[in-house]
Write a protein that binds this ligand. Structure first.
Ligand code: GUN
Ligand code: ZN
Length: 447
């Protein structure tokens, strides 16, 4: 048995701060001792008690001037788009043609896919993100590249091959038949292997025929426990195009619903321009939304109505997505910075407790992993992030003037980014340490 203990201030969510008072939803230990056994949290308690019970010889790391949180969860991100973050000037459909589809064609080259997958996993870990729902490209080997690197770090990733059988360059197209067969083979190779989980990934309605969407729905039904991810109601031009391409469907979401692509473990990215019927459909089917604020601002897509989505009488599960490369930061702290402003423009103030919940337990609930991820509690997988409260001179100075925990959290989500991530633990192993000579180390079992 491998054991280790981590000591320092820590927080977790015992409930949903969109429904409960912050003080009930959030639990904070000013000085916690977290004991980890074989990659899972064995106990968490006040350090005074935990230290007295800690068996001799268990390695202990003390994190001072820090905050230990559950690892951040990214509910929507494209690993091949890392090379085109910050592409100038366009809205969604033109941006896809001018930049995205150009970059994704580079992934025909397996070496390129492996190189970018390695960089991508490291950027996630540097940002304190321990689980993500990832779009690869149409090339099956791009999925192998991502999962192989994830397996080396022992991270829990949800990922899949993009399905596109129309309205994209020739080199990025599959067919309903080949897309189905390749995805099925990838499910058989990867789903449930170690911590890896497969996600059936039709890019969005305009780039799949009805036949392909139906094949994706069939594949999903045939493989319970797998995921579906796609884009929904991101941009007015895109929505008008879907109406033209699918005249028999009552709405954009109805295209997916009709193909059997709604339900638990379906994750819809963006959902900026949603009707009440759309939110109600997500609630009733148990589908989740990924709120991607840096992307929606960058492409000028619009303002996600988070507080409408989370409405108490028909709450929809919502995770937070970076949507790299339309998004502009890997850091979920920066996503929260922008999520706050997006909510504010809609007349709501996203509290720091709600923000940290979205990035941790809320994300786990959206991804249906809340029985094992997103909390610091016994039995949970020990994916943890250590925030450095003195990461920069400005952060240190500003936090010296914080009156309470809520203010500290709010300043972290305003000023924080990858510089504030001191250590990222994956299944109890410190795979990323900012200040180590070699910051990234594969866990012992994978070396
Ligand atoms: N809609 C279809 N594909 C994409 C993509 O790659 N990024 C974003 N932001 N929206 C999309
Ligand atoms: Zn996206």
């Amino acid at each position: 048995m491998t054991q280790r203990a981590i000591r320092g201030p820590a927080l977790t969510f015992r409930g949903d701060p969109f429904r409960l008072p912050a003080g009930e939803a959030l639990h904070y230990w000013p000085d916690a001792l977290i004991r980890i056994e074989d990659g899972r949290i064995a106990s968490v308690e006040d350090a005074a008690e935990g230290l007295a019970r800690l068996p001799a010889g268990v390695p202990l790391t003390h994190h001072a001037d820090a905050l230990i949180c559950p690892g951040f969860i990214d509910a929507h991100v494209h690993f091949p788009q890392m090379q085109m973050i910050g592409a100038f000037g366009a809205e969604l459909l033109e941006w896809l043609d001018r930049y995205t589809f150009v970059a994704e064609q580079d992934f025909a080259d397996e070496d390129h896919a492996r190189d970018v997958a390695g960089r991508f996993l490291r950027e996630l870990l540097r940002a304190g993100t321990t689980t993500a729902a990832v779009y690869c490209t149409v090339h099956p080997h791009s999925v192998d590249a991502l999962f192989e690197e994830s397996e080396r770090f022992n991270t829990r990733m949800i990922a899949g091959k993009v399905l596109m059988d129309r309205n994209a360059p020739e080199g990025l197209l599959d067919t309903a038949g080949t897309g189905y067969a390749q995805s099925k083979a990838l499910i058989e190779r990867w789903h449930g292997r170690g911590r890896q989980l497969y996600c059936i990934t039709p890019r969005f309605a305009p780039s799949s025929t009805e036949a392909q969407l139906e094949a994706a729905g069939r594949l999903w039904r045939e493989h319970p426990g797998t995921y579906v991810q796609t884009h929904l109601c991101e941009n007015p031009g895109e929505i008008a195009w879907v109406r033209e391409l699918f005249p028999d469907r009552s709405s954009y979401l109805d295209v997916y619903d009709h193909a059997g692509l709604t339900g638990p473990r379906a994750i819809f990215g963006h959902a900026v321009h949603m009707s009440e019927d759309d939110f109600a459909c997500c609630h009733h089917t148990g589908s989740a939304l990924a709120h991607c604020p840096t992307s929606n601002l960058f492409l000028g897509s619009g303002l996600f109505r988070l507080f409408d989505a989370r409405r108490a009488d028909r709450p929809v599960r919502v995770g937070l997505g970076t949507d790299i490369g339309a998004g502009t930061s890997f850091s979920q702290l920066q996503s929260l910075n922008e999520a706050y402003k997006v909510a504010k423009l809609g007349g709501n103030a996203l509290t720091p407790e709600q923000g940290f919940y979205l990035a941790t337990r809320g994300g786990a609930e959206a991804l249906r992993l809340d029985d094992r991820l997103g909390q610091i509690a016994p039995g949970f997988e020990a994916d943890l992030v250590v925030l450095d409260l003195k990461a920069t001179p400005l952060l240190e100075f500003r936090l010296a003037h914080a009156r309470d925990l809520a203010e500290t959290l709010f300043v972290l989500m305003t000023l924080g980014d990858d510089r504030a991530i001191r250590t990222t633990y994956i299944a109890g192993e410190p795979v990323y340490e900012r200040d180590r000579a070699e910051p990234f180390v594969y866990p012992a079992a994978a070396r």
